[in-house]
Design a protein around this ligand. Structure first.
Ligand code: SF4
Ligand code: SF4
Length: 383
């Protein structure tokens, strides 16, 4: 493979991304030993960092696109190296020079769709709220308790629309005065930023922030951990701070306040998968479990890898839009881990996780073995 060397711009980009962070690396290799890629094929973040330090990165290759930004290695690095920032900086250089290996081409389609329609799924912007047509969900208006920011997958993807429906149904049942932005909502931009398209992210963020301000939004309920992460941790870069609540946190609050009552029981064995951007990136481990424990008859069992050690589904960092060969999918491993607990349901709370798990369920012919559900779908069966 051709190496562009010395690629001083790589060093500049990484400096810009967070100073001389790569210089802290002493090449211990711990990041490689915890990285999920090494369960399916060889991949070395340590090597990427080493090459980047000398401006010798193969920016035209596949490896700079592998990191799913799962957050496992940054949490364990003894030198505090920001591996994700380094991967994103390398992708920015590749994006600037339009150096895209074949597996990344589909992420380019997502990018174009984000620019033209405000979503990565080539959905018509005007149809963003079509999922809510028969549910009499109101447009957000000032004075409402909260904005429900639906997100792209829940707005357009047929499987994920069921989660949007479940969420709206629960909120209505609890008497929450909420509204949606409909075609004024744009993608939060979290994942496209991780593919190195910083300008696209900034434009999406600015559009959303303007819409939030114009509509007097103060509190935002989200379903996607990716929306949660970027609203909470990245939008403040634009000098704004909205109150952001993940639906799991909000539903737990509603139950504890007596506004939402769960009826009947669900005598099922359930295991919970921690999405990277809810767990490792934002420390939300307890609320989803506490919510499941409120369900009468439900038996919650843990997979061996859970909490901060949860296995990434493979969809973060824009990988949800890239091509991953069947034998390299982390979600297949995760589904097998869930099955080992004898759970009847694999519950989670992220559109990327559900999309990947549903695909693995088909690939592994696990349809009759285990169901994949968002927690809101489970709760909506108990109203
Ligand atoms: S764990 Fe940290 S110090 Fe060790 S090789 Fe990886 S980045 Fe370098
Ligand atoms: S953040 Fe996750 S996917 Fe990326 S290099 Fe670290 S362990 Fe691997």
């Amino acid at each position: 493979m051709e190496t562009i060397a010395p690629f001083l711009e790589v060093i500049d980009e990484i400096n810009e991304a967070g100073g001389d962070i790569f210089k802290l690396c002493f090449q211990c290799g711990l990041c490689d030993s915890v990285c999920p890629w090494n369960k399916v094929r060889p991949f070395s973040m340590r090597k990427l960092i080493r090459e980047a330090a000398f401006g010798l990165s193969e920016v035209e290759g596949e490896d700079i696109w592998r990191c799913t930004t799962c957050g496992t290695c940054p949490a364990q690095c003894p030198r505090g190296v920001k591996q994700i920032d380094i991967a994103v900086a390398l992708r920015r250089v590749a994006t600037e020079y339009e150096l895209f290996p074949p597996s990344v081409k589909s992420a380019r389609t997502a990018r174009s769709s984000l620019i033209s329609e405000g979503n990565p799924l080539q959905g018509d912007r005007k149809k963003r709220a079509d999922w809510a047509k028969d549910l009499s969900v109101k447009p957000y208006g000032e004075g409402m308790e909260a904005l429900y920011f639906v997100g792209c997958y829940l707005s357009y993807d047929p499987r994920m629309k069921k989660v949007a429906t479940a969420t709206a149904t629960i909120l209505k049942k609890a008497g929450v005065r909420f509204g949606i932005l409909g075609d004024k909502e744009s993608c939060c931009g979290e994942s496209i930023r991780k593919t190195g398209s910083e300008e696209v992210f900034k434009n999406l963020a600015k559009e959303n922030i303007k819409t939030f301000i114009d509509n007097g939004v103060k509190k935002i309920i989200v379903s996607s951990p990716h929306c949660y992460h970027t609203f909470k941790n990245e939008y403040p870069e634009f000098m704004v701070n909205f109150e952001v609540v993940h639906i799991n946190q909000y539903l737990l609050e509603l139950i504890n306040e007596g506004r939402l009552e769960l009826k009947g029981e669900m005598p099922k064995r359930v295991t919970y998968h921690d999405p990277c951007y809810l767990g490792r990136h934002n420390g939300i481990y307890d609320e989803p479990r506490d919510l499941l424990k409120k369900i009468s008859g439900l038996e919650l069992v843990e997979m061996e890898a859970h909490g901060k050690n949860s296995l990434c589904c493979g969809g973060g960092g824009g990988r949800i839009w890239m091509d991953t060969p069947k034998e390299e999918r982390f979600s297949d491993i995760r589904l097998k881990q869930a099955n080992e607990t004898d759970a009847q349901i694999l519950a989670t709370s992220c559109p990327y996780c559900i999309t990947n798990f549903e695909e693995s369920r088909l690939n592994l012919e696990f349809e009759a073995v285990i169901e994949v559900k968002d927690i809101t779908e489970i709760i909506s069966e108990l109203l």
